[in-house]
Design a protein around this ligand. Structure first.
Ligand SMILES: O=C(O)CCC(=O)C(=O)O
Ligand SMILES: [Fe+2]
Length: 176
């Protein structure tokens, strides 16, 4: 829904519909353990999602998820149990020719209890992700070559933890 609106505003609905036809989803149940008094314990390491899009629901109201701003500051995302947050992943950033930023995020544990969240991620299967022509012009030269999403995931997992932490993994993989 969010993506459909974004695609419409860029005039690339047809390209988006094509991707949607090849989209698969993975639902992950995430548990971060009680930090047992350790202040500001890291729950999830800073990363950019390797998915196309991610939707996060946090079980309880509270702090935890943080997103890094362009000037390097970490800001807390306040999520109520009835709301979700939509994050763009690396694949969406590349597809949009860098127009849609995949946020660098992490989870910081600040309460003395386990934290549960539901993470729904989308991936594009059996179709190369290619920047729509409409998003390339003199002011916006092509930034990413066409790529296979699952090959990209394989590339990242082959480079182990380092690959997952790498902020610029997608640029290293298919950047121009
Ligand atoms: O649990 C969360 O709120 C975020 C988890 C996350 O960033 C991820 O699984 O990629
Ligand atoms: Fe994430």
């Amino acid at each position: 829904m969010v993506m459909r609106m974004v695609a419409k505003s860029y005039g690339i609905e047809k390209d988006y519909e094509l991707l949607l036809g090849s989209t698969t989803y993975i639902l992950k149940f995430n548990k971060c353990l009680n930090p047992n008094g350790i202040e500001k314990n890291l729950g999830v390491i800073p990363h950019r999602d390797k998915s196309f899009m991610t939707v996060i629901e946090q079980q309880e109201e509270g702090k935890g998820l943080e997103i890094q701003t362009k000037n390097g500051e970490w800001v807390q995302v306040h999520l109520s149990p009835s709301s979700s947050i939509v994050l763009a992943g690396d694949a969406c950033m590349a597809w949009s020719n860098g127009r849609i930023e995949a946020p660098y995020h992490r989870v910081i544990m600040q309460q003395n209890k386990d934290r549960y969240s539901l993470v729904l991620s989308s991936f594009v299967k059996d179709l190369k992700i290619e920047v729509p022509q409409e998003l390339v012009d003199e002011d916006h030269p092509l930034q990413f070559k066409a790529f296979d999403h699952y090959e990209y995931i394989k590339y990242v997992s082959d480079t182990t933890v380092e690959g997952n932490r790498m902020k610029g993994a997608i640029s290293a993989y298919c950047g121009i």
